[in-house]
Write a protein that binds this ligand. Structure first.
Ligand SMILES: Nc1nc2c(ncn2[C@@H]2O[C@H](COP(=O)(O)OP(=O)(O)OP(=O)(O)O)[C@@H](O)[C@H]2O)c(=O)[nH]1
Length: 393
């Protein structure tokens, strides 16, 4: 019942304000409880694990302060990179693999000779044809005459016929290629120094390719190789060499385009010594217009290297397809530097395999490696018997 005292009390503004605040507080609390109940009633199946959400307390930061120590590059672990370094084919058996290619290109030499020698009647005309076949294959005049002389004598004594002809020809060709020549590469590290191999030759013969492929041969033998891009004549040569090196994990030392080849060669050897490398392979430029220029440059490269290490091997690269021109180049290089081994490239692209015999005779230096294709592992150590067998296959 509303008494006058109660009416006065209910219209008191202070009391009304207290009642409104009290109602708001009670309503809010009820709302929170309902919401929590609803949340806990949701199905649990797809819910993520509850986060550790400790209620923030007075004085806590709302988020991780920005001044937390930043992780350094060293602290940050990088994801492991997929290995990109290749495992090249080992030197053993490379010539066996490439034998078919050799046989295909040199068929006219080996099989041609065999067909002529297997004739029932070996008359003067047949011997002339044999001579022509040998000369055409770039064997050279003097070695051709020697070989024909020996074949004539043996065929007369041991008798004619296909079987004898093959055996005699094989033996005489092997003797001409000379299996007694030492064809090992000087690539063994000495006490404190890497072996140094200088690769020389006219540009375009396959010199840079040879350095890259030789690096693969050596890496396959578990040797630690450093490359020196001392061919500063052709802008792309250093890039080409570096790409070869990267494929097998070998460092390439290079300098500015048109820079001093001797200083790059020197730096490469220094790097090889620092890395305790087994071998330093140095590519050089060969496109010099005069013999004096060539002599000066190669002489300087060699002298500068020899300030810190011995040059163990000087490999002259010759393009087998250039025939007599290749021989002329070989003579010029042999005059200016002490060549210790020959590399005959592009033997797959010519039927003139006789160049092996001619160039060895000319320089008195053994062919140590042959290139038989454009593939990364198409450079093989030269072997006289395997070579002759491929010719006669
Ligand atoms: N078919 C064939 N091609 C080869 C062989 N060796 C090298 N070549 C190719 O010959 C071309 C010239 O090779 P390079 O190594 O660039 O010649 P380079 O003498 O180093 O020339 P520069 O770098 O200018 O000194 C390239 O296309 C090679 O792939 C081989 O044995 N057989």
């Amino acid at each position: 019942m509303l008494t006058p005292e109660l009416v006065t009390l209910l219209t008191d503004p202070v009391l009304i304000a207290i009642l409104v605040v009290a109602l708001l507080v009670v309503g809010g609390a009820a709302g929170i409880v309902v919401t929590r109940r609803r949340r806990s009633a949701l199905p649990q199946a797809d819910q993520p694990a509850p986060l550790e959400t400790a209620e923030p307390q007075v004085g806590d930061d709302a988020e991780t302060p920005r001044d937390t120590p930043t992780r350094t590059v060293e602290d940050t672990e990088l994801p492991e990179q997929a290995p990109t370094v290749e495992k090249p084919e080992s030197a053993q058996g490379r010539l066996v693999r490439l034998r078919a290619r050799l046989a295909r290109s040199q068929g006219s030499l080996g099989k041609g000779l065999l067909a002529l020698l297997s004739r029932d009647k070996l008359d003067e005309e047949a011997w002339e044809d044999i001579e022509t076949t040998l000369i055409t294959a770039d064997v050279g005049v003097a070695p051709t005459q020697e070989l024909v002389e020996k074949l004539r004598t043996r065929m007369r004594v041991e008798g004619v016929g296909a079987a004898q002809a093959r055996d005699i020809l094989r033996e005489e060709l092997i003797a001409l290629v000379d299996p007694s020549m030492d064809r090992t590469l000087a690539v063994t590290r000495k006490d404190t120094q890497p072996a140094v191999v200088l690769v020389v030759g006219v540009n375009g013969t396959g010199k840079t390719t040879t350095v890259g492929r030789l690096a693969r041969v050596l890496v396959a033998e578990d040797k630690h190789v450093v490359l020196g891009a001392a061919d500063t004549f052709r802008a792309a040569a250093a890039d080409q060499l570096q790409t070869w090196g990267e494929r097998v994990g070998a460092r390439t030392v290079r300098g500015p385009e048109g820079g001093d080849p001797a200083s790059i060669a020197f730096d490469a050897v220094k790097q090889g010594i620092a890395e305790e490398a087994d071998v330093v392979l140095i590519d050089t430029a060969g496109r010099l217009h005069t013999k004096t220029g060539l002599m000066d440059e190669l002489g300087k490269v060699k002298r500068v290297i020899e300030k810190s290490a011995e040059v163990d091997e000087v490999l002259l690269v010759i393009d087998a397809t250039t025939g007599q021109n290749g021989l002329t180049q070989a003579r010029v290089f042999a005059d200016v530097i002490n060549v210790t081994g020959l590399v005959l490239t592009k033997l797959d692209g010519t039927a003139k395999g006789g160049i092996v015999i001619a160039v060895q005779r000319e320089l008195g230096v053994p062919v140590k490696l042959v290139g038989l294709g454009e593939g990364a592992d198409d450079l093989a150590p030269f072997d006289s018997e395997q070579f002759v067998d491929a010719l006669l296959d």
